[in-house]
Structures are given as structure tokens and as C-alpha cells.
Design a binder for this molecule. Structure first.
Ligand code: MOS
Length: 739
């Protein structure tokens, strides 16, 4: 892919930091970007998944004869005739893939069959002709009524530093509060879709994934193939938010049906199918206990989380992790428990644990500030962590203090009245709230290949993926700077598992991890280029030493003689292969033993609450953020804004409703499942605190994708309290709490 917009470098000649337009923007707005379900594969046939209509029980009859008799129907699969490969999947390893195993139903919407036909219409009609009978059993889908059955799963992530109990008991001021959050559903614009195509024993999967290599490896295991026999292609992803980090049932179903039928099979989900069987953010019940001095200094902090999970897998929403790092406190205890319910498997959703956990922690800090009549920013400054309080390591960089100061200044925090319910505009109650944003960066391995080709391009390849965040664009900027070439000379290629391996795009890891590998691969290919030039008799640089050669705007030049220089691509075009390449593998390095890498920020929200109607409007949301080096101001800002808007959903709207009598989701569409839309968003302003971070990684980026949502919902809730004097501890905060 080449860039369409002309570049502008800043005074330093660097492209990094510049708000370069997305290089894939034109392809996306003209419809030329290929999404998973859009590949035009000849001979394609269509699969429709069949889902359980009961919540728990047994399938007593699965009659497919009427469906199979329909012209155009190619196959109907169920537990009665499942492909042999599925029988081995009922192992712990493939728990999350277990499907069509037997007649048991564990949750409403469980995948119990697949119909394949030559057209989508025929497949859908055939699905309607299936006759499925069940014997139902009792179930539970309600977290609150099953809290007594909470238990500690393996790897519950419990930690204690210091002695919490004693410190809490002896503290001058105590707080003990419980916060609840509801189930949320990922709603990427692009629903899941897959096309599976076999060529002999080789499988190509056109997918929409955040994890090309994990998908390749998992599918190879399911199908007993070598990973090299599976190629996963996913150049564009219409959002994932964590849902697309896993291999879900449609992949093995499409691959197995395609193998049996000898035809490429497509399975494309409709919106309603995204709810239930393809992941959710689980509901949580969280307790935070704080013991503090009268000066607001934390003496003891405990955060315990309980989350719902499925009957067949123990997914932990790690809500309490943030308590370990957010504030300086010597006595901290955290833990997690789960409650198994008859629901689909929960999974990671944008800033898993941190988005939900920061609600309880940051609202509890606001409660403490109110109790002690200390300004909420001042309370946080008094508990500022000068180093990572859990590991004891210094921060790679930390401009959180400046985030508080600048955010408060931009927002106009000084006009806030600490006494709740005192500011009115006509009938409306106005309130201001703030919260800390904190998200650790994950460091992942990545390999990158850079090829200089004689037609004058640098081809950069890695099996990473752009999940909509701007990876194509920022990697182009990094490569252009590292190679001293214009962006137009970079062909950045992602989304193909046959490229050098890179890890999943999760945990806000890609910019820093893959970006560093891109930079190092570019440096390596230039060294290779120099070694070719100095041993090439036709080069003016022949026989020079490395130290006597410099790199300058796409040229190699002798340091002491400006007449001796030549264009990179002149060197390349004299090679036999007409290209010079280098592949570099970067693993998270020893710097991680020396520094703790977190992105920080300060959120500020102003709300207006209608005391008669209960309606809450977020009129203003301002924030200042430290994400290390800002690689591209435009795409970074979009990430933070997206996170904040997601946080508004968490605070006020998003809730996957289950009818507890039926056990079924009753708002499985984006008409009834509310996410914030344009009229819900007030004045939104994001500012980055310039932060030079030489330690985080080679490009100094600490990750932006998950920071924006962390703490955002708490800032809004704290503003609602300031407006009304009512502390709502159940999220989302809806109008009925005020009527
Ligand atoms: Mo994120 S939930 O790590 O895509």
C-alpha cells in the first residue's frame, strides 16, 4: 500500500508525530478495502450457523431431512454428524472452541449446527426448515442471585503487598463500597465473517482478526496441520475491541465444511448473532475498601472483583489489577472470583479489567475526597506514585502530574463547586467530575522484513494487523523516518500470516512493539545496503569504511567527500536479485526489568442532569494524556476519543440485557443496545502532554488504544454525583435512578 497524501515533515525533518492522513483512508472510503466477507472467491458457498433457542438442556431431536431435500442445500451439520475433527476438541485446550460436541446446551445461542447451501438465501431458508426439539433444564443467568457461588478460579491473580487487614483496621478514615457493572457486547462495525478455501491440504482463511498468527496456530491444531499449511489473510479489520483476539466457532465450522464439500465456504454473521456466542465483557460486582489518614493519604487499599463467566470456561475480568499500580499505598490486597452462569463465554473487551475496575477505584477515590472535603485532584496528588508501587521499578516516563494540571486548566476545574447539587442552570443540575486514566503497555515480540526494491520502494512486511487504529499509517511514518525516505516510497504490508510473525494486536501493544521492530528492521536493511555498496566496484562508495558513510535523504554519502554519493536504489538495481532485504525479530527486552511502562491521563467531565426526567447529558469531556511519544497526532487522538466515547457507553448506556425468565438476550441489535452516537457527545477535547520516553521501547510509544476508556466512566459518574449529590454505584447510570 502506498500513501496518497503528500507528506509534511516538521522542522526536524521527521514524519513521526505528524498528523499524516491514514494511508488506507482512500481505500476505505471508496470501498476498495477488502473485508473478510467481501473477497470474491469463485465457487463460494454459504454457511448459516444454527443456534440454540433454549438456555439449558438437551437436544432431543435434530431433524434435517426437509432442509436437506431443498435444492441447493449441500450439507447440514449437527452433533449427530459432526466432522471427525470436532470430536477431539473437547479438551481443556480447546474449551473455547468446543462446539457440536454432544446434545448438551449450556446457554441460549450456543452453536448447535451449520447449514451450507449454494446461496445465502437457500441456506437461510433451509435453516428455517430444521426441526429441533429440546428437553429444558433449570438455568441461571443472573450474577447477583448467584454471588454465593463465587469461587476462585486458577490464575485468579490474587496479590497482597504489605498487610492490608491491620492497616485498614487502624486507619482513621474508612471507606467500604460495592460497585456493579453490567454485561457489554462488542459492536465492531464489521461483524465476524470468514471464508475458508482449501487447495489440497493447504487452507486459506480470509478472516477479520486481531491475531493472525494465533489464528493460524489454533486452526492448524484443530485441523492437525502444520502451521505453514494454514494462511490467514486479514488486511482490514472493521474494529475488534478484543472480540477478534480469539478464534470463535465460525472458523473451524467454515474450514471443516469447506474440506468436506471441496468448495470455499463463507460464514458471515449478522448483528444479532454477535450477541451471546461470540464474547462479551462480563458483568462485575466489585468491592473497594480504602483506609486513609485524615490528610487523605492511603494506608490500605483492597479491590476484590467477582465476574460472571460461562459454565465451561473460567474467564477472569481482572478488575483489581489497576489498584496495584494507580496510587502509592503500602498495604494493598486484590483478588478475583467468578460465578459460572448459563451465558456465552466472556472475553477481553477494550482495556479488559481496567475499563471496569477503574469505575470502582476512581469512584471510590472520589467518595474519599468528598468524605474528607479534599479536592479530588489534590487527593490524587497526595497519593501520587513516584515509581511503580507494585514492582518498585521506575516508570519509563510519567507525566501524570502535568496531565492533572493541564487537564484542569483546559477544562476550567477551578469553577467546580465541591458541594454537590449546588450549581443549576434553569432546571438542570450541573456537575463536574474527574478521574485518573492509567493503562500498562504490553510488550510483544514482532518480526519485520524490509526489502529495498530496484523500482524505488521499501516494502515493509509483518504479520501484524491494523484493527482500525492506524497501524498502516504509523508504521509507514516510522519506516520513512528510519530509512530517510518519503512516505510515498514505503509499501507497508500487514494482515497476511505468511509475512514474518508478529503477536496479536491487544493490550495497546502494537504501536510500541511492532513499531520498534519496524524501526530496527529499517536500520538493519540500511546496514546491509552499505555493506553491498562498499564491496561493489561500480559504487562511488566502494572500499569505504562503515564509519565514513552517512545516510542522507535516500542516499549513501561519504562523510568527508560530498561528490561520493549515490541513491539507495542505484545500489539495489546493480544486485543480481534486484533487491536488498533484512528481517529483524524483536523480543521484549531487558528494559522491562528496569522500567515499568504505563500510559497516563486525567479525564474531566461536565454533566447536566434533568432532575425531573433523570436525563444525563455529558456536555463536556476534556482530558490530558501522556502516551509517550505521539507517533501520529491524528490517529492517536482518534484512539483516545474512541476510548472516551466507549467510556460514556460504559457510564450511561451499554447493557446487554438478559430476560432472566428465558435466559435470552433481549436487546441483540444496535437499536436496543445503546451506544453513544453523535448527539450524545458534547464538547470533546483531547490534549497530549509532550513526553519523551527513551526507555519504553525503540519508538517511545506507550500505547493509546485502551487508555481513553480507562477512568472515563468514573469521571462521568463523579460528575453526576457532583451535580446531584446522589452516588449511583450501579452502572450504567440510567435515568430511572433519578426519578
Ligand atoms: Mo484489546 S481487549 O486488548 O483488543
Amino acid at each position: 500500500m502506498t500513501t496518497a497524501n503528500s507528506e509534511k515533515r516538521d522542522g526536524s525533518g521527521k514524519l513521526i508525530g505528524h498528523p499524516l492522513d491514514r494511508i488506507d483512508g482512500r481505500l476505505k472510503v471508496t470501498g476498495k478495502a477488502q473485508y473478510a466477507a467481501e473477497w470474491n472467491i469463485p465457487g463460494l458457498v454459504h454457511g448459516v450457523i444454527i443456534q440454540s433457542t433454549i438456555t439449558r438442556g438437551t437436544i432431543t431431536r435434530f431433524a434435517s431431512n426437509r432442509a436437506e431435500e431443498l435444492p441447493g442445500v449441500l450439507a447440514v451439520y449437527s452433533h449427530l454428524n459432526k466432522p471427525a475433527e470436532l470430536s477431539k476438541m473437547l479438551t481443556a485446550k480447546f474449551e473455547r472452541l468446543s462446539l457440536l460436541q454432544d446434545s448438551e446446551v449450556h446457554y441460549a445461542g450456543q452453536i448447535i449446527g451449520l447449514v451450507v447451501a449454494d446461496t445465502l438465501e437457500t441456506a437461510k431458508y433451509a435453516a428455517s426448515l430444521l426441526e429441533i426439539d429440546y428437553e429444558t433444564s433449570d438455568f441461571s443467568t443472573d450474577l447477583n442471585s448467584r454471588l454465593s457461588q463465587a469461587f476462585k478460579p486458577v490464575n485468579s491473580g490474587d496479590e497482597e503487598r504489605g498487610k492490608f487487614k491491620k492497616a485498614f483496621e487502624t486507619a482513621e478514615v474508612k471507606l467500604d463500597v460495592t460497585y456493579c457493572t453490567q454485561t457489554q457486547t462488542h459492536n465492531p462495525i464489521e461483524p465476524f465473517g470468514v471464508i475458508a478455501q482449501w487447495d489440497g491440504d493447504n487452507l486459506t482463511i480470509y478472516d477479520s482478526t486481531q491475531a493472525l498468527i494465533d489464528t493460524q496456530r489454533t486452526m492448524a491444531e484443530v485441523l492437525s496441520l502444520s502451521p505453514n499449511a494454514v494462511r490467514v489473510i486479514s488486511p482490514f479489520v472493521g474494529g475488534g475491541f478484543g472480540a477478534k483476539l480469539s478464534v470463535w466457532s465460525h472458523l473451524p465450522l467454515a474450514a471443516l465444511a469447506a474440506r468436506k464439500l471441496g468448495k470455499p465456504v463463507k460464514i458471515s454473521l449478522v448483528r444479532s448473532q454477535m450477541y451471546g456466542a461470540f464474547g462479551c465483557r462480563p458483568a462485575t460486582v466489585q468491592t473497594v475498601k480504602i483506609g486513609a489518614g485524615k490528610d487523605g493519604k492511603l494506608k490500605a487499599l483492597e479491590h476484590q472483583g467477582i465476574n460472571e463467566t460461562a459454565e465451561f470456561v473460567d474467564f477472569i475480568e481482572c478488575v483489581a489489577d489497576g489498584a496495584l499500580q494507580s496510587y502509592y499505598c503500602e498495604n494493598v490486597k486484590i483478588g478475583h472470583q467468578v460465578v459460572r452462569l448459563n451465558i456465552g463465554e466472556p472475553t477481553w473487551m477494550r482495556a479488559p479489567g481496567h475499563a471496569t475496575g477503574s469505575i470502582a477505584l476512581e469512584c471510590a477515590m472520589d467518595e474519599l475526597a468528598h468524605q474528607l472535603a479534599i479536592d479530588p485532584i489534590e487527593l490524587r496528588l497526595r497519593n501520587f506514585a513516584e515509581m511503580d508501587p507494585q514492582s518498585g521499578l521506575p516508570w519509563s516516563s510519567n507525566n501524570l502530574r502535568e496531565c492533572y494540571r493541564r487537564g484542569a486548566e483546559l477544562f476550567g476545574w477551578s469553577r467546580r463547586n465541591g458541594a454537590p447539587g449546588t450549581i443549576k442552570e434553569d432546571r438542570l443540575l450541573i456537575g463536574c467530575g474527574m478521574a485518573t486514566a492509567l493503562h500498562p503497555m504490553e510488550h510483544t515480540p514482532a518480526s519485520v522484513r524490509v526489502k529495498l526494491t530496484s523500482d524505488g520502494f521499501a516494502v515493509v512486511q509483518t504479520a501484524s494487523q491494523d484493527i482500525g487504529t492506524g497501524t498502516y499509517t504509523i508504521m509507514t511514518q516510522i519506516a520513512a523516518d528510519a530509512l530517510s525516505l518519503p512516505a510515498e516510497r514505503i509499501k507497508l504490508q500487514l494482515g497476511d500470516s505468511s509475512f514474518p510473525k508478529a503477536a496479536a494486536s491487544g493490550g495497546s501493544s502494537t504501536a510500541g512493539s511492532v513499531g520498534s521492530a519496524v524501526k530496527q528492521a529499517c536500520t538493519a536493511v540500511l546496514e546491509e545496503l552499505i555493506s553491498v555498496a562498499v564491496s561493489d566496484k561500480k559504487s562511488p562508495l566502494c572500499a569505504l569504511k562503515r564509519a565514513d558513510i552517512q545516510i542522507d535523504n535516500g542516499r549513501l554519502a561519504a562523510t568527508d567527500d560530498s561528490n561520493k554519493s549515490e541513491d539507495f536504489f542505484a545500489v539495489v538495481s546493480r544486485t543480481a536479485s534486484k533487491e536488498i532485504e533484512s528481517t529483524v525479530t524483536r523480543k521484549p527486552g531487558p528494559e522491562l526489568q528496569k522500567f515499568s511502562v504505563c500510559a497516563f491521563g486525567a479525564h474531566f467531565a461536565e454533566v447536566a442532569v434533568d432532575p425531573d426526567l433523570g436525563q444525563i447529558r455529558v456536555r463536556k469531556f476534556y482530558g490530558a494524556y501522556d502516551i509517550g511519544r505521539v507517533l501520529n497526532h491524528k490517529t492517536a487522538r482518534s484512539q483516545i476519543i474512541g476510548g472516551i466515547v466507549f467510556g460514556m457507553g460504559l457510564a450511561l448506556m451499554e447493557h446487554t440485557w438478559i430476560d432472566q425468565n428465558l435466559g435470552r438476550i433481549i436487546n441483540a441489535d444496535i437499536a436496543e443496545y445503546h451506544v453513544p452516537v453523535h448527539p450524545d457527545i458534547g464538547d470533546l477535547h483531547v490534549e497530549f502532554i509532550p513526553t519523551d520516553d527513551p526507555y519504553a521501547n525503540a519508538v517511545g510509544a506507550k500505547g493509546a488504544g485502551e487508555l481513553g476508556i480507562t477512568g472515563a466512566a468514573a469521571a462521568i459518574a463523579n460528575a453526576v454525583f457532583n451535580a446531584t449529590g446522589k452516588r449511583i454505584r450501579n452502572f450504567p447510570i440510567t435515568l430511572d435512578y433519578f426519578m
